[in-house]
Design a protein around this ligand. Structure first.
Ligand code: HEC
Length: 191
């Protein structure tokens, strides 16, 4: 029946317009360069919230499934993790009572202070983030360059040493390199 057909056509046409018009407008807006991508100002709060909740959901969906080594919390692992942290992470995530590097101070979103006492730092979740990184942020995928063992060591350090003082941090990172000797040497050379 023509009337049913034309009603159907109207419904489909309206639905298509509702989908296509906003998508087209958004595309034109982005293409015209109107979204400000500069890192010198904060993200639009809506975009920041959307990105952060997407991150949290992704972390809990994909992360936490890798089995940690049996000796995860050994002193050797924690010390080696401290060296790796000082050489590769402190520049963005900071160290107790030390000013952030020029890199860490300039990135947007800023990197969280992983050694704050209020952090939970669940090792298996932290391991996943450290290994895979976070797309569309400055957080690199360290699985591309470091062994799982090295990454578990940093996760152990982050869990065991939340809230540590500047004195304890300096003592840990200046202790002779255990396990991850090359990282220890790099850390020693950088200070
Ligand atoms: C170039 C800067 C940079 C470096 C270097 C860096 N990170 Fe990050 N990291 C970030 C940023 C930015 C975020 C926040 C990402 C976001 O907003 O979701 C982040 C997030 C994280 C998180 C997730 C925190 C959370 O609350 O869920 C962990 C864990 C982490 N980094 C560990 C490390 C470790 C360990 C290293 C060194 C091996 C490291 N990062 C080196 C920039 C960096």
């Amino acid at each position: 029946m023509p009337s049913t057909h034309s009603r159907l056509a109207t419904v489909i046409g309206t639905a298509a317009a509702l989908l296509v018009l906003p998508a087209g407008a958004a595309f034109a807006w982005l293409h015209a360069g109107l979204y400000d991508v500069s890192a010198s100002s904060k993200d639009n709060p809506l975009v920041a919230k959307m990105l952060h909740s997407t991150y949290e959901a992704s972390l809990h969906h994909y992360g936490g499934h890798d089995a940690p080594p049996a000796d995860l919390m050994s002193l050797d692992n924690i010390r080696a993790g401290a060296h790796t942290y000082d050489a590769n992470c402190a520049l963005c995530h900071g160290a107790p009572n030390r000013p952030l590097s020029a890199v860490g101070a300039g990135i947007q979103p800023a990197a969280p202070a992983l050694l704050a006492a209020s952090r939970r730092n669940n090792p298996a979740l932290m391991f996943w983030v450290i290994k895979h990184g976070v797309n569309m942020t400055a957080m690199p995928s360290f699985g591309k360059t470091q062994s799982d063992q090295t990454l578990w060591q940093v996760a152990a350090f982050l869990y065991a040493k939340r809230g540590l003082s500047k004195t304890d941090y300096d003592r840990l990172v200046s202790a002779p390199g255990v396990g991850n000797v090359s990282q220890g040497a790099a850390a020693a050379g950088a200070h």
